[in-house]
Write a protein that binds this ligand. Structure first.
Ligand SMILES: Nc1ncnc2c1ncn2[C@@H]1O[C@H](COP(=O)(O)OP(=O)(O)OP(=O)(O)O)[C@@H](O)[C@H]1O
Ligand SMILES: [Mg+2]
Length: 144
């Protein structure tokens, strides 16, 4: 799924895109972000942003921000991260634990909810914008 989303982003080339990744501890949010970054052409490590909260990358001409808000103590601390200001054109944001922001994040283009299912995972994809719907169409029509 992460690879397919990465390929759909390459095909659709949105100006900016934000994915919120929901699901409990170990649901597979970081793993999905890794696969997406790989599909965008990133070849280095993708450490979990658990302690840094934000890990920035450059891939496919985008600034990609991999975010994990699990350890955000107070939604007000988001301002110190400067994250919301960074979500402009040219940026792809992959946000784990977006609910920790207490509603202070701009809406996502795509909300993905992951659940453990045996040794695999179930994913529910909910587009939240026209851009999100366009990306999902790209996922399903074979261009991804
Ligand atoms: N689709 C999958 N199928 C099987 N195993 C998976 C899948 N996705 C992730 N895993 C495994 O589940 C474990 C946890 O994955 P991951 O670190 O991506 O979870 P997470 O949702 O980011 O957790 P956290 O909330 O702690 O950040 C890892 O060992 C990973 O290899
Ligand atoms: Mg994680």
């Amino acid at each position: 799924l992460g690879q397919g989303l990465g390929r759909a982003l390459l095909a659709g080339r949105p100006a900016a895109f934000t994915i919120h990744l929901r699901g409990g501890l170990g649901a597979g949010k970081t793993e999905l972000a890794r696969a997406l970054l790989l599909a965008l052409g990133h070849s280095g490590r993708v450490p979990s942003p658990t302690y840094t909260l934000v890990e920035p990358y450059t891939a496919a001409g985008y600034r990609v921000l991999h975010v994990d808000l699990y350890r955000l103590r107070d939604p007000g601390d988001l301002d110190d991260l400067g994250l919301v200001d960074d979500l402009g054109p040219g940026t792809i944001a992959l946000v784990e634990w977006p609910e920790q922001a207490g509603g202070r994040l701009p809406p996502a283009d795509l909300l993905i909810t992951l659940e453990v299912s045996g040794s695999g995972r179930n994913a529910t994809l909910q587009p939240q914008s026209a851009g999100g719907r366009a990306l999902l169409a790209g996922l399903g029509n074979g261009t991804a």
